[in-house]
Design a protein around this ligand. Structure first.
Ligand code: SF4
Length: 199
């Protein structure tokens, strides 16, 4: 990564850390910026941090995150070789769904992350991220695993890992969808980037 890009990342991270653009800035413990490889061809986006994420300042580290890690491992998409973030950088109280106004306030940070990473493939973790990033009427039970191409970026939604904890019958779908993500990276010639980085 060149110096200019690295400086842009630092500025963005500081801006997020100090952000008070919505009310969640007053109740968070930590700003949960994002984690992983900032040059990865693959980006995952969830909806918002939960209690464990708020405590540690890292996305997807609670039970749901640990389950996600297992799927990433078995589909050969190691967590440290992909980038993971949320639409909201601060935790909504009691893990409620993010409000529209909070998403509107926070999406600028995600857009900047996206601009800096320029992923070839973006995977939405759950319905709320899919409704925001793919299309407003997204139906996760019907449309998970389907590809949508927007401005040259391949986008797919999969179940949120917390949905898999609640309903284990969805786990096979999750495996199949992430295998398809891996296949798409191979088709795009991006899988070697992940493999090289893992060596
Ligand atoms: S949720 Fe986003 S917009 Fe709201 S305070 Fe946190 S970083 Fe800022």
């Amino acid at each position: 990564m060149n110096d200019q890009k690295s400086a842009e990342w630092t500025t963005l991270e500081e801006r997020c850390r100090d952000c008070r653009a919505c009310a969640l800035g007053a109740t968070r413990t930590n700003n949960v910026f994002g984690t992983g490889d900032r040059e990865s061809p693959l980006m995952f986006v969830g909806e918002a941090p939960g209690a464990d994420e708020d405590a540690q300042g890292i996305p997807f580290v609670g039970r749901a995150g640990q389950l996600l890690d297992k799927y990433l491992l078995v589909t050969d998409l190691p967590r440290d070789k992909v980038y993971i973030a949320n639409i909201l950088k601060c935790r909504p109280p009691h893990n409620r769904d993010p409000e529209e106004s909070e998403q509107d306030a926070c999406i600028v940070h995600l857009r900047e992350q996206f601009r800096l990473i320029r992923p070839r493939v973006l995977v939405c973790l759950g319905r709320i991220a899919a409704m925001r990033l793919i299309k407003p009427d997204f139906r996760i039970t019907r449309e998970h695993g389907q590809w949508f191409c927007k401005n040259g970026v391949w986008m797919m939604a999969v179940y949120h890992p917390s949905a898999l904890l609640r309903d284990p019958t969805k786990r096979e779908d999750m495996l199949r969808d992430l295998q398809e993500v891996r296949r798409k990276l191979e088709e795009l010639g991006c899988a070697p980037m992940i493999e090289e980085a893992s060596e």
